[in-house]
Unconditional design. Sequence first.
Length: 143
Amino acid sequence: MAKQDVIKAVQEKMGGTVSQEAIGKVLDATFEVIKDLGKDASCRIKDFGTFKVKERAARTGKPIKGGAPIVIPARLAMTFKMAPAFKTSLNPAPVATPAVAPKAEAKKAEKPAKAEKAEKPAKAEKAEKPAKAEKAEKPAKKK
């Protein structure tokens, strides 16, 4: 959705009582206020979310094609965290469904129960292996 589409949608929501030009000016002013946030500043819009400016620390990077590591300087970055109300409006709670479908229950009722398996006889214990004879000591090497 492009900016112009947002302006048209807002105009429709307002019943066409406000001009697209006025809505565009309000939208531009809102974005300017958010862009002008300083370091560690935030802009919270109720039931929508919070825009926050954070400082990213300087770090070293490795070029894709190889070569010497490069230094990526510290910079400011904009982050956005959705408000819980906005998050739930995007992802409504799923409707509870039965654990087993009715058809599956009918099939289970038709099948006879399996007979219990006979127990396997216990394995005979292994006979102990005779102990290995101790190796004779090797004579010492001469120097």
